[in-house]
Design a protein around this ligand. Structure first.
Ligand SMILES: Cc1cc2nc3c(=O)[nH]c(=O)nc-3n(C[C@H](O)[C@H](O)[C@H](O)COP(=O)(O)OP(=O)(O)OC[C@H]3O[C@@H](n4cnc5c(N)ncnc54)[C@H](O)[C@@H]3O)c2cc1C
Length: 392
């Protein structure tokens, strides 16, 4: 088997994986990014989830910075984009975002491997030393000083033997449809590429497995057919005016696996102040609440040489809703990029890096780390549940 060696190998090229690989490369590491599709962006692009959730607390204060903001701007660079008026968020064309993400990866000098599937973790004495991937050339062994699991599903950590929690998923699908007349409208994105997202509570798919992926995508498409059948039954002329143009080419699971870390984000510690906090993240469903992210939530239990980033970090219950979305994935990806660089530089496992130095790097990116600091910085902030509205 052919072998290649990098400083850092990031598995999974979704938002978290891109942020991790780019940050590691910007620090000077030789970084590779392995992605099973031919697109960067994961659910945000391949999954057609084209709504960049807010960077603000909903009370008028930006709370997420660094790559979360950079990628937000990038999502609109090659397309019209559309900023939401009420919160610091926006919608984008998935194809335009792909072009911008490719550019960012190129500029950072990341060695990207598309159409390449992570297959197996190779662990020696509790340390992840290499991964096996497969593409048109066959099997390849990638060795690195540190790895980042950004597969969304925790594939690398689970293959390395890390414990995890399974999520549950209601069938949901986003599509881009044609709606007659929409492109004549200047707000083409919202009118021409309206999303269809169904949440059917009557059935929930557990975690992820070969069988579940197929059952899930077939079910969501069956439901979408039923949606159009119903529309056309009511108005047959609609068939020529309103139809599906593009469907996601990855399964649109929200929560599959949360890899158990040295620390966990969960309901019991939602208000906690963690000494090793590396970010403050926001609530996207309602204005106000913020939570700290302990660095330990990115370090899988029992596996050295590995970090997690994105929707598979150690975050369960309500916290999972906070950490699994696009901006938070960019945040934890960037943290993993910095941390993996430091681990390789100092020849240690991510769990042994100098967290104070990591926190310093993040503060330089304008991250908030602790709730009290944020509250002190914005004393005028209304009560946590107040709908105070507007940013920018
Ligand atoms: C139905 C639905 C609606 C959502 N709505 C919103 C929304 O409105 N706004 C928002 O901000 N977020 C939303 N989200 C969440 C959000 O899109 C994602 O959870 C977020 O982008 C997570 O990014 P990630 O990088 O952690 O994971 P993913 O986006 O899942 O990226 C993982 C990447 O890893 C790759 N990969 C997986 N396994 C392998 C392997 N074995 N080998 C190689 N590559 C692999 C995948 O192809 C993918 O590119 C939604 C999610 C869903 C499912």
């Amino acid at each position: 088997m052919q072998t290649k060696r990098y400083d850092i190998v990031v598995l999974g090229g979704g938002i978290a994986g891109v942020a991790a690989a780019v940050q590691a490369a910007r620090c000077g590491a030789r970084a590779a990014l392995v992605e099973k599709t031919i697109f960067p962006g994961g659910l945000a692009t391949t999954g057609l989830v084209y709504l960049y959730l807010p960077l603000c607390d909903g009370c008028g204060h930006q709370i997420l910075f660094g790559m979360a903001e950079e990628l937000y701007q990038a999502s609109m660079k090659y397309g019209p984009g559309q900023r939401e008026e009420k919160r610091y968020m926006g919608i984008f064309s998935p194809a335009s975002f792909i072009l911008a993400l490719d550019e960012i990866l190129d500029d950072a000098g990341v060695d990207v491997w598309y159409d390449t599937l992570f297959c197996k973790s190779c662990v020696t004495a509790g340390r992840l030393e290499a991964v096996e991937v497969e593409n048109k050339s066959g099997r390849l062994r990638l060795e690195a000083g540190c790895f980042v699991d950004a597969t969304g599903d925790g594939d690398v950590a689970v293959s390395a033997g890390a414990p995890y929690t399974e999520g549950r998923n209601t069938p949901a699908i986003w599509e881009i449809h044609h709606a007659d007349g929409a492109l004549k409208n200047s707000r083409a994105l919202s009118d021409g590429q309206e999303r269809f997202c169904g949440n059917w509570k009557e059935y929930e798919y557990p975690g992820v497995s070969g069988r579940v992926v197929t059952d899930f995508v077939r079910d969501t498409r069956r439901r979408l057919r039923a949606f159009y059948q119903e529309k056309y039954a009511k108005d047959p002329a609609l068939k020529h005016k309103f139809f599906s143009m593009l469907l996601p080419s990855m399964a649109t699971f929200r929560r599959t696996r949360a890899v158990t870390g040295l620390a966990a984000m969960c309901d019991a510690n939602e208000d906690a102040v963690f000494e090793d906090s590396v970010a403050l993240i926001n609530e996207w469903r309602r204005p106000g609440p913020v939570r700290e992210v302990p660095f330990g939530a990115l370090i899988p239990k029992g596996v050295k040489g590995l970090l997690t980033a994105g929707r598979c970090i150690s975050s369960v219950e309500e916290s999972w809703e906070w950490t699994r979305v696009i901006p938070a994935a960019a945040v934890t990806g960037q943290i993993a990029g910095f941390a993996s660089f430091m681990a390789v530089r100092d020849s240690v496992s991510p769990g042994e890096i100098d967290v104070k130095e990591l926190q310093k790097k993040l503060l330089a990116e304008k991250f908030y780390l602790h709730r009290p600091d944020f509250c002190a910085a914005v004393p005028s902030r209304p009560a946590e549940t107040a709908d105070a509205g507007h940013v920018r």
